[in-house]
Write a protein that binds this ligand. Structure first.
Ligand code: CP
Ligand code: NVA
Length: 306
């Protein structure tokens, strides 16, 4: 089988994404019926974390166990990666011992270098630039709650970070629109976002305008992991980019609210929104498990028709 990685969202084609969303439904339904399904028996996943995680670790580890395989957690603090072993050497070794690797790290370049020296599929579990597994879960959640995402509008409020970049890539492939509103100085950088064009996104100075008529409103922390030194400056710059009930009103009663979590109530989102009736954040978090099981199955076994 051809070696495939998921290093950024656009590594998957539209046909593959449609397959993965269909497959997620099948795998999730089986899981909900308590039907054992072990296509990855004897397979091992290595999970390398250079940043903290709750959801990503848990969903990959639980997902691999549920598919019949096993998962090994590695972090920078107590592996040789944290003591300067070249990432290329680590990739050569780790990929000779396991069947699939997930990495959460800093610059995208690190995971690209790892993948270039890996004999097994590598999955991006978040980098400074992208968070493809989260957007797989978010789009799957939208489809589950409201139907196809093609032609719909996503309002992104806040930082033009790894989540925002990945939404923008997804919009190009799946043909939906993203309305972005960031504070001045924190705008989208199309090259860093890895975009082919700018047809699928529009920038708005006022977050209220970005939300008007949106089908999905979403945001994320003002300061991402790795950027903690900017925290105080960001708190000042982002003060008006808090998703509040008025924004959900202009989006409309059918709009859903998403947040990849962890959230800071009173900063990027008001409690009334994230804990309110339009929020689907718990379904969104839970779907990390199901989409990633479909993804690991696809990268290791290819398309399955049952
Ligand atoms: N959303 C997400 O990736 O959460 P964790 O940082 O807890 O993995
Ligand atoms: N943008 C956030 C997402 C956390 C899941 C970060 O990178 O810290």
């Amino acid at each position: 089988m051809e070696l495939r990685h998921l290093l950024q969202f656009k590594d998957l084609s539209r046909v593959e994404l449609d397959y993965l969303f269909d497959r997620t439904r099948v795998i999730k339904d089986r899981f909900k019926r308590y039907e054992p399904y072990h296509p990855l028996a004897d397979r091992t996943l290595a999970m390398i974390f250079e940043k903290s995680s709750t959801r990503t670790r848990l969903s990959f580890e639980a997902g691999m166990h549920q598919l019949g395989g096993s998962a090994i957690y590695l972090n920078t603090r107590d592996t040789q990666l944290g003591r300067g072993e070249p990432v290329e050497d680590a990739a050569e070794v780790i990929s000779r011992m396991v069947d699939i690797v997930m990495i959460r790290t800093f610059e995208q370049e690190i995971i690209e270098r790892f993948a270039a020296h890996s004999r097994v599929p590598v999955i991006n579990g978040l980098t400074n630039e992208y968070h493809p597994c989260q957007i797989l879960a978010d789009i799957y959640t939208y489809i589950e709650q409201r139907g196809p995402i093609q032609g719909k509008t996503v309002a992104w409020i806040g930082d033009s970070n790894n989540m925002c970049n990945t939404w923008l890539q997804a919009a190009e492939i799946l043909d939906f629109n993203v309305h972005v509103s960031t504070p001045p100085g924190y705008e989208v950088e199309p090259e860093r976002a890895g975009l082919f064009g700018t047809d699928h996104f529009e920038s708005f100075a006022d977050p209220m305008d970005a939300c008007r008529g949106a089908d999905l409103v979403t945001t994320d922390v003002w300061t991402s992991m790795g950027f903690e030194a900017e925290n105080e400056a960001r708190k000042k710059a982002f003060a008006d980019w808090c998703v509040d009930p008025e924004m959900m009103v202009v989006a409309g009663a059918e709009a859903v609210f998403m947040h990849c979590l962890p959230a800071h109530r009173g900063e990027e989102v008001e409690a009334a929104v994230i804990d309110g009736p339009q929020s689907v954040v718990w379904e969104e978090a839970a779907n990390r498990l199901h989409v990633q099981k479909a993804l690991m199955e696809y990268l290791l076994l290819g398309r399955i028709e049952n």
